[in-house]
Design a protein around this ligand. Structure first.
Ligand code: NAD
Length: 356
């Protein structure tokens, strides 16, 4: 049985990865998570009581604690997802992004390198450090530009994307300089169950159901590619087990839509499955001042992972979004969920300068 370290396994994507691994492998998973505001242990469900799962509440900037975990559990691989991940928060307070995304990744790389160098040759050959990153490192595309490939130059716009770009560079340098066997993946916007309320899709669904305004930045014409989180988890497992050392793989869902189209589609689905008295949810849409430095378009060319590793997304955006809306409706039956999203909503207001 292999032992895998997953950092950020209580977050949105990390928890989907942990759930996927519990169901599809016999691996032991050690979840290294600081449990920040973004963590939600409920997202791990039955995993919490699985004897192959262990939670270490540790900050990835804490070198001593990481050294102890590596010595104790002797991992075969590391999947690194822990990060500060919300662009609005990176604008209102960049310090945590520099600390976790850059210093934390550096600390994890150094601890991993020292551990890896002491391994016996067969385990040393098998070891992998898989860094999970974002398409936002590539910056902004014009309407007619070709989609991002793995060789698109980096041009990050926000403190968030700049901190993720820095971490990608560190990971590549640790491969080039020290031969650490790394893999890097850059994915598009994820969506699905258990995403934090502050991100576009849950924000719109939950605020629509609460009868609140649906705040759309600028003219809403910013375009994103949408990837269902379970497709992403499957892709990450494929890259970890079959990816070529030192390579980058872009992961996208082939679902490019403007933000305003996404919001209209959410309203249409809600009108169908939870109609409200007096009209369509789309009447709650309100346009607010655009986010500073807002990128206009991201699009992912995922032909490398598709051709080389045989992965492709299984969820269309319409099927995935419908499932996500239905899932959120089910969660709204629980008063604790409604209280949690109301609290999160107040917090988000402060990061969007009151624009909700
Ligand atoms: P998230 O914000 O939902 O979860 C992040 C997790 O990391 C949380 O559980 C948090 O407690 C943990 N964490 C934060 N700081 C930590 C620290 N210092 N030490 C240990 N744990 C810490 O993020 P997510 O949406 O699940 O994203 C996971 C990864 O995927 C991130 O690296 C992010 O940059 C990347 N990514 C996300 C998306 C997306 O659409 N969500 C898209 C592209 C890339």
């Amino acid at each position: 049985m292999a032992t895998l370290f997953v950092t950020g396994g209580a977050g949105f994507i990390g928890s989907a990865v942990v759930r996927y691994l519990m169901e599809n492998t016999d691996w032991r998973v050690i979840n290294i998570d600081k449990l920040t505001y973004a963590a939600n242990l409920s997202s791990l469900g039955d995993t919490l009581t699985n004897e192959r799962y262990y939670l270490a509440q540790v900050d990835i900037c804490d070198q001593t604690a990481l050294n102890e975990l590596f010595a104790q559990y002797q991992p075969d691989a590391v999947m690194h997802l822990a990060a500060e991940s919300h662009v609005d928060r990176s604008i209102s307070g960049p310090a945590d992004f520099i600390e976790t995304n850059i210093v934390g990744t550096y600390t994890l790389l150094e601890v991993s390198r020292h551990y890896w160098q002491t391994l016996a040759s067969s385990k040393r050959d098998r070891f992998r450090f898989h860094h999970i990153s974002t398409d936002e490192v590539y910056g902004d595309l014009a309407t007619d530009d070709p989609a991002f490939t793995e060789t698109t130059p980096y041009a990050p716009s926000s403190p968030y994307s700049a901190s993720k770009a820095s971490s990608d560079h560190l990971v590549r340098a640790w491969h080039r300089t020290y031969d650490l066997p790394v893999l890097i993946t850059n994915c598009s916007n994820n969506y699905g169950p258990w995403q934090h309320q502050e991100k576009l899709i849950p924000l719109m669904i939950n605020r629509a159901l609460a009868g609140k305004a649906l705040p759309v930045y600028g003219d809403g014409q910013q375009r994103r590619d949408w990837l269902h989180v379970d497709d992403h988890a499957r892709a990450l497992h494929r890259v970890l087990t079959q990816g070529r050392i030192g390579n980058t793989y872009n992961i996208g869902g082939n679902n490019e839509y403007s933000n305003i189209d996404v919001v209209h589609e959410i309203c249409r689905l809600l009108d169908e499955v939870a109609p409200r008295a007096g009209g369509s949810y789309s009447e709650q849409i309100s346009y607010v001042t655009d986010r500073p430095g807002h990128d206009q378009r991201y699009a992912i060319d995922n032909s490398k992972i598709t051709n080389e590793l045989g992965w492709k997304p299984s969820e269309s955006f319409s099927s995935g979004l419908r499932k996500t809306v239905v899932w959120a409706l089910g969660m709204h039956k629980h008063s604790s969920f409604k209280e949690a999203i109301a609290d999160a909503d107040n917090d988000i207001t402060t990061h969007r300068e009151g624009q909700l």
